[in-house]
Design a protein around this ligand. Structure first.
Ligand code: SAH
Ligand code: SF4
Length: 342
């Protein structure tokens, strides 16, 4: 347990149960979410006994940085964090011109079993708590603050399926979005899902309208069943209306992730099927050449096929970008660092 698990109300209840006035909760939140302190001892405007009580409540940060790797261009950084029970998760920072985007994990491992994914290959170890998700942001915010740079964007695209850990993920989003918390606009937070349809419908009804990315990878059920086993439960014909409802409710553009695998999902016929399936959806497609895991039976599509697929989509009226394989030299693909250190 960490105080990062607590909402403002939870924290106020704790503070008043201890006999302190409520403004102490605000002070604590300020230290945590605006000043990013790593130790209760740094909360210098709190009475000593209160600091001791807080320290006894649980570590301020439940994460221990074990390894940090930096890509050769210095733009991508990846940290392997240990959790108190020994589990390991990864957090990635991507620096752009004016943005600093963090890619967070929501689970240790993942139970969705996508065969091309390093995290999928390790199975689900456990869900992260809200505090363990928030702590990933604070750890990097602390580092960036030394350069006077803020975290500008957050994507829940690291290890795990965020919508399979719905409650903690949403609690974390609230902490990150809340003006008394990290205070980052919901528009700057994006959830990536493999297509858990009931949870997607729940997400549509939340007051915080976060961005949505859907990992599609295939334009037909036959192929998607193979690449994304969850498709057998929520096939494309169930997925599409949920995405349409999200767009209708939020008026936001949905991002589709499509990992291009040589000879598997990268033909022009498949591009045409994809155009047809996406027709009428306010969307954008990210084409990502596969970052193969060590024993992967599949390889990345070669550049010429990636280009041809991209041209076909855009000619067909679908906005698409070829995503740079950021940090390939530091195995920044999801789950790949953890696997290489265990
Ligand atoms: N579980 C969620 C979010 C985490 S995975 C999801 O699947 O959307 C983040 C993204 O990385 C997904 O789009 C996933 O399909 C992609 N991914 C996983 N392994 C990959 C690999 N080896 N190469 C390229 N993309 C990969
Ligand atoms: Fe899980 Fe996403 Fe990897 Fe699939 S791609 S196994 S859903 S983390």
């Amino acid at each position: 347990m960490t105080i990062l698990d607590l909402s403002t109300t939870d924290l106020e209840n704790l503070i008043s149960n201890w006999g302190y006035p409520l403004y102490r909760a605000k002070q604590i939140e300020n230290w945590l979410y605006q000043r990013y302190v790593a130790d209760v001892a740094e909360m210098t405007n709190l009475p000593q006994p209160l600091r001791q009580k807080l320290a006894a409540e649980g570590a301020l940060t439940p994460l221990t940085a074990q390894t940090t790797l930096h890509s050769s261009d210095g733009q991508t950084h990846k940290t392997l964090f240990r959790l108190p029970d020994g589990q390991a998760i990864e957090t990635v920072l991507m620096r752009y011109d004016k943005r600093q985007t963090l890619c967070l994990s929501t689970q240790a491992g993942c139970g969705m079993g996508c065969p091309f994914c390093a995290t999928g290959q390790m199975g689900l170890q456990r869900n992260l708590s809200a505090g363990e998700i928030v702590a990933q942001v604070l750890a990097y915010a602390r580092l960036l603050a030394k350069e006077q740079k803020p975290v500008t964007n957050i994507v829940l695209m690291g290890m795990g399926e965020p919508l399979a850990n719905y409650t903690a993920t949403w609690q974390a989003i609230r902490r990150l979005n809340d003006s008394s918390g990290f205070n980052l606009g919901a528009r700057h937070i994006t959830i990536s899902t493999v297509g858990l349809v009931p949870a997607m419908r729940q997400l549509i009804n939340e007051p915080e309208q976060v961005g949505l990315a859907v990992s599609l990878h295939a334009p037909t059920d036959a192929l998607r069943n193979q690449l994304v086993p969850l498709n057998r439960r929520y096939p494309l014909a169930m997925l599409r209306p949920a995405i349409q409802d999200y767009i209708t409710t939020t008026h936001r553009r949905v991002t589709f992730e499509y990992a291009l695998m040589n000879g598997l999902n990268d033909s022009l016929t498949q591009a045409d099927q994809l155009i047809e399936w996406l027709h009428g959806l306010l969307c954008h497609v990210n084409l990502i050449p596969l970052n193969p895991t060590p024993d992967s039976p599949w390889q990345a599509s070669p550049d010429d096929k990636v280009q041809a697929f991209h041209v076909r989509l855009t000619d067909g009226g679908i906005p698409a970008t070829i995503r740079l394989r950021r940090g390939v030299d530091i195995a920044a693909g999801c789950g790949q660092l953890r696997n290489s250190t265990n």
